[in-house]
Design a protein around this ligand. Structure first.
Ligand code: PSU
Ligand code: MN
Length: 306
């Protein structure tokens, strides 16, 4: 598929060539390294994800906003610069025109990354955890734009579910309402990001990347425009102890409330709290989760290219 993006968007030559030739490409987001992970781990993780894909002959397309230019295929230098920029903005889809016009540096969320990746003709996108419905959303209205954007962005998103900081039940209901299929990779238990089982069941499980590719092809044949969510749990021996999680989450929420944290600051605040509270153990899990999703995204991109 050719690009439908305006010329103000920059698609790197490497990514444009791979897409044009039908070679496997995996999109990667940038909020994970601008707002999700602490320095210097953020940059190591971002570059390791790219290197791992390249070693398998798969083209990585890390997506973000560099000096106002929405960029599909950031260079290593650009990734380093965004990782170290204290003023970098968290850019969801609504922020994209503002960041472009005001020449901001931005880390793109799942919503903004999926939009740009699809526009560039990329079919697979790997991330850590998705945004979703926050606890208390019935009165706060805090639901990530990830859900509504994925409802009309036909791409495959590989994640380890939604972060356990969210209201998982409500988020799964939203996916149903928005016609977004959730497919478990080798499981019917919806993963909970830090833990391999959130406690919620999902309808479908697949065992191979080929099946995922077939589902995406059927979606395209049917001219449906929703994303397909591939849920890939962290291995049980690498998860955070599930019995500790509820207590950690309760305290994370308490701190957020006490500090008056709202809006798009909520997710980074909670992730940071959990990292400090677990003395970095959640960070190790976060990185393991991300590695697994990048590898599986590579498998799916390769299957689609066959
Ligand atoms: N998962 C992580 N770290 C992150 C995020 C997800 O492990 O930083 C980011 C993603 O970019 C996601 C965003 O799109 O958090 C959701 O933010 P919000 O709830 O404000 O929409
Ligand atoms: Mn929000």
């Amino acid at each position: 598929m050719s690009s439908t993006l305006a010329t103000t968007v920059h698609v790197s030559e490497e990514v444009a060539a791979a897409v044009a030739e039908g070679r496997p490409v995996v999109a990667l987001e940038s909020t994970i390294f601008t707002h999700g992970l602490p320095r210097p781990r953020n940059i190591e993780v971002a570059l390791e994800a790219e290197a791992g894909l390249r070693a398998r002959g798969i083209t990585p397309a890390t997506i973000g906003v560099y000096k106002g230019v929405p960029t599909v295929g950031l260079s290593i230098e650009q990734i380093e610069e965004l990782s170290n920029d204290d003023a970098v903005t968290k850019v969801s889809l609504r922020d994209l025109p503002v960041a472009a016009a005001l020449r901001l540096n931005g880390g793109t969320t799942v919503a903004a990354t999926a939009f740009l990746a699809h526009g560039a003709g990329i079919k697979v996108f790997s991330t850590g955890g998705l945004g979703g419905v926050h606890h208390g959303a019935a009165t706060s209205f805090d639901e990530s734009a990830d859900t509504t954007t994925l409802a009309h962005t036909p791409i495959i998103v590989v994640s380890a579910g939604v972060k356990s900081i969210l209201d998982v039940a409500a988020t799964l209901e939203r996916f149903e309402t928005l016609n977004i299929p959730v497919i478990g990779y080798k499981t019917k238990k919806y993963p909970g990001f830090y833990v391999s089982d959130s406690g919620f069941e999902i309808g479908y499980a697949v065992d191979t990347a080929e099946e995922v590719a077939a589902i995406a092809n059927a979606r395209d044949d049917l001219k449906l425009d929703s994303a397909i969510l591939l849920a890939n749990p962290v291995a049980e021996d690498k998860q955070l102890p599930p019995e500790e999680l509820d207590d950690i989450l309760a305290r994370a929420w308490g701190e957020a409330e006490k500090n008056g944290i709202t809006g798009n600051e909520t997710t980074p605040f909670l992730l940071d709290f959990i990292q400090r509270d677990t003395h970095g153990r959640s960070l190790t899990v976060n990185v393991d989760v991300y590695r697994g999703n990048v590898a599986l995204g590579g498998d799916v991109a390769a299957a689609l290219a066959r």
